[in-house]
Design a protein around this ligand. Structure first.
Ligand code: PMP
Length: 284
């Protein structure tokens, strides 16, 4: 596999970054994940906008390479022959000489890394036909979840708690209300109404979320952006999650409680179809 590191395209085993890199020492980095369908990028502009916002929120300078990111994504998709898959991008505050909590001089060159993952048949993921089972866990992350940082340890722990419980993923809960999934935004459907937490610093502003809510409204579905509790979720008709890698993924069980008849719901299934179809049309 070919990866991109600070201006170079290299075989992955030749790519190197410093042990003093601030993402390694402090989690001081941001990232993005963009999906690829039919060799084209889904919602590249949305991810690019959020990337800039993440950099701004952390006072990280915009590297000049930001202007070339579309070309770099496309080149990696081409050389790695990605038909369906994902492109990961990480930008860190670089590797200043000395370890220090204070940010280094803004002229410190950032570390910019991109790599791909091939996921043949991403749009026809058989898991979407069955739906996923989730558990709920307390949301113990920091308070700026709207910034897409590389500090992913707690979501990783949540995923492991789910696995141990024989489930696929975890929804995180703050003050009794669901914030989001370990790596996705969370939704329930009750009496035809789609309910999802409103945007704030408590959740990542999902690029897939924005598109799905737009498609839902265009399809005359009702959308309510508000907090929902774990009890309300267990009592819902259906549930689902959204992310760049899962698109729209039905949830069929929460903490052992089956939703509806325990199979993917009609709203989630329809939104998945619409999302994939419409996204393909405008992919770049
Ligand atoms: N919330 C969290 C915590 C995530 O990690 C992700 C995916 N990276 C999302 C939501 C979904 O965001 P997007 O639709 O932009 O992939």
């Amino acid at each position: 596999r070919t990866v991109y590191v600070n201006g170079d395209y290299l075989p992955e085993n030749e790519a190197k970054i410093s042990i003093f890199d601030r993402a390694f020492l402090m989690g001081d980095g941001v990232y993005e994940v963009t999906s690829v369908l039919g060799g084209k990028l889904i919602d590249f502009e949305g991810h690019n906008r959020r990337l800039k916002r993440s950099l701004d929120e952390l006072d990280m300078p915009h590297p000049a390479v930001l202007d070339d990111l579309l070309d770099i994504h496309r080149e990696l998709v081409r050389v790695n022959e990605i038909e369906d898959g994902l492109v990961y991008l990480q930008i860190t505050r670089g590797a200043p000489g000395d370890r220090d909590f204070a940010y280094p001089d803004p002229d410190t060159p950032p570390t910019v890394v991109l790599f791909t993952q091939s996921k043949p048949g991403l749009a026809d993921n058989p898991v979407a036909k069955k739906g996923i089972k989730i558990i709920t866990v307390e949301d113990l992350r920091w308070g700026r979840r709207d910034i897409k940082t590389t500090q992913l340890l707690y979501p990783s722990m949540g995923k492991m708690m789910a696995k141990k419980a024989g489930c696929d993923d975890a929804w995180m809960v703050q003050d009794g209300f669901v914030t989001e999934g370990t790596s996705n935004n969370a939704y329930i459907v009750k009496d035809g109404k789609i309910i999802t937490r409103a945007l704030s610093n408590d959740i990542l502003h999902g690029i897939t979320r924005a598109a799905v809510l737009r498609f839902a409204e265009e399809a005359q579905m009702q959308v309510e952006e508000r907090n929902f509790s774990v009890e309300e979720a267990k009592d819902a008709d259906e549930a689902f999650v959204t992310s760049a890698s899962a698109f729209v993924m039905p949830v069929v069980e929460i903490d052992g409680v089956a939703l509806g008849d325990g199979t993917p719901g009609a709203v989630a299934t329809r939104l998945r179809e619409i999302y994939i179809e419409e996204s393909r049309k405008v992919a770049v």
